[in-house]
Ligand binder design. Structure first.
Ligand code: C2E
Ligand code: MG
Ligand code: MG
Ligand code: MG
Length: 297
């Protein structure tokens, strides 16, 4: 701080001063510029959903796909969610962005329904805390599903543990309403949050997604191996579906399969990509599979 030239910002009518360093100023400017960019992206439809398949260990079929948002920023190329989700949470922009994501995923499902071509049975969508906390979240869900005429089992919502700990009573009520509607609920990044076993018991959860940080070193780290094994048996005993995230190689795949994990996502099968491309990948892999060649996934 000392070497930085400081300048003072007088706060509204009071006699207290806040010191702002140039680097803090720069950060604030950047934040503002990202916010403008996000507004622009909403207005000009510059967001895009990429999809990453989930593969069933037993049938080898793609069961679902996770929708992951990308921002096609003019002159900058593809921007990934880690670079804008936090800012959109803080600014509240995550609410219209989240609605856009839900609408877009439902449009995709709806187009499968009209063309009676459904290679993937559900799409899962990531929820943010702020989006989920909206008073009208449930009625918005109902509106969107009705609007696109989709079946509830075609949609899954991914909730982080941070969503579950906020306003527990309110959250619980909403989750039971979603369950009532027939929408499947998953806990994302399982094991990284406030992992209370209480909510596995009390909340209508259908799916656990084991965070990729536990999968990364599964072959090297005995603790990670033990944790993953334990999460899998916990899920089995509670009758939950269990998905491993971030599977990148055959050894991880074999381990998880042997331990009875239900399905997986990861670069080992496919990166997230636009739906049109992904359908091509799935078709290629399916024909390899039926020709009995090179079955490694
Ligand atoms: P997530 O929901 O846990 O998604 C998994 C992330 O891991 C994705 O990153 C995915 O591309 C990446 N991934 C998948 N397989 C592999 C792998 O084998 N290796 C590695 N290293 N990474 C893999 P992405 O797309 O950058 O998304 C990051 C996070 O941003 C997501 O984590 C999710 O929390 C958030 N996010 C993405 N889309 C949305 C959205 O539409 N709404 C909200 N609220 N959050 C979103
Ligand atoms: Mg997710
Ligand atoms: Mg995750
Ligand atoms: Mg994550």
């Amino acid at each position: 701080l000392a070497d930085n030239a400081m300048y003072k910002v007088k706060q509204s009518g009071r006699n207290n001063y806040k010191f702002v360093t140039p680097s803090l100023q720069k950060e604030a400017d950047e934040r503002l510029s990202v916010q403008h960019g996000l507004h622009d992206a909403l207005n000009r439809d510059l967001f895009e959903l990429f999809y990453q398949p989930q593969i069933n260990f037993i049938t080898q079929a793609v069961s679902g796909a996770e929708a992951l948002i990308r921002w096609q920023k003019p002159n900058s190329g593809l921007v990934y969610p880690d670079d804008f989700i936090t800012i959109s949470e803080e600014s509240g922009l995550i609410v219209p962005i989240g609605t856009w994501v839900l609408e877009e995923a439902c449009r995709q499902i709806s187009s499968w329904n009209t063309h009676k071509k459904q290679l993937i049975s559900f799409i899962s969508v990531n929820m943010s805390v702020r989006q989920f906390q909206q008073k009208n979240f449930i009625s918005e869900m109902q509106r969107i599903m009705l609007n696109h005429n989709i079946q509830p089992q075609q949609l899954e919502l991914e909730l982080t543990e941070s969503i579950l700990i906020h306003n527990l009573d309110e959250t619980k009520r909403k989750l039971f309403e979603l369950r009532e509607m027939g929408i499947r609920l998953a806990i994302d990044d399982f094991g990284t949050g406030y992992s209370s076993l209480q909510y596995l018991k009390n909340l209508p959860i259908d799916v656990i997604k084991i965070d990729q940080s536990f999968i990364n070193d599964i072959l090297l780290d005995v603790n990670d191996r033990a944790i993953v094994q334990t999460i899998i048996s916990l899920a089995k005993n509670l009758n939950l579906w269990v998905v491993a995230e971030g599977v990148v190689n055959q050894e991880q795949y074999e381990f998880l399969k042997e331990k009875g994990c239900d399905s997986y996502q990861g670069y080992y099968y496919s990166k997230p990509m636009p739906m049109a491309e992904l359908l091509g990948v799935i078709q290629d892999k399916n024909s390899e599979l039926s020709a009995g060649i090179n079955i490694k996934y």
